[in-house]
Design a protein. Structure first.
Length: 199
């Protein structure tokens, strides 16, 4: 009877509480924070937490089947196979689907290898499909981007980090050493979690 009473609270817990999504792994370079706490080299990020990079910072977030390279002067909220970008630049490579949201506009990758970039600043939101197909949703309007296509929108929301210049490149220790080797060697990681390559 004691065992039954002990297990009862576990049974009554919602499934989301019993099996929470796994956290993402953050590799940081320069000034990077999660919920305003500095990240020293690496750490975990959970759904609902906010990651920010300073003008001299950059990061990569890896999860099962996806990698997001986060540029400098970027602020985003991490989710389950998704990020909500408040400001800045994110480049994603995924094998199992991933969504980047900016206000009410979303860019969603389906299954299979997809690579794309989302840049949000004070004036413009740009979505660039680099490989695979992307579904774009802007309110009730849906459209598809094919590899090589790019779509620009008037910035849908205020960009809190607009005072910091957004560099077209994140530091080489994150982008050069982690992201590009993975993108250039797809066959070696198909079917397994994507892990950044440390310098």
């Amino acid at each position: 009877m004691r065992i039954s009473l002990f297990l009862l609270p576990l049974i009554l817990l919602p499934s989301s509480a019993r099996a929470q999504a796994k956290p993402g792994t953050v590799l940081a370079n320069g000034k990077v924070t999660i919920n305003d706490k500095a990240v020293e080299h690496s750490g975990n990020i959970f759904a609902g937490e906010t990651l920010k990079t300073a003008s001299n910072g950059a990061a990569s977030i890896t999860s099962e089947g996806a990698l997001a390279a986060v540029g400098n002067s970027t602020s985003l909220i991490y989710g389950d196979n998704a990020v909500n970008v408040e400001c800045g630049r994110v480049q994603v490579v995924t094998l199992k689907g991933f969504t980047v949201q900016v206000h009410k506009i979303t860019a969603s990758a389906g299954s299979g290898l997809t690579k794309f970039e989302v840049t949000q600043n004070a004036r413009r939101l740009s979505i660039h499909d680099l490989e695979g197909q992307l579904e774009i949703q802007d309110g009730d309007q849906r459209s598809t981007l094919n590899p090589g296509e790019k779509r620009d929108f008037q910035s849908p929301a205020a960009c809190a980090a607009a005072a910091d210049p957004i560099s077209p490149l994140v530091p080489a220790t994150i982008f050069g050493a982690s992201t590009f080797p993975i993108w250039l060697d797809y066959d070696n990681f198909k079917g397994r979690p994507i892990t950044p390559v440390k310098p």
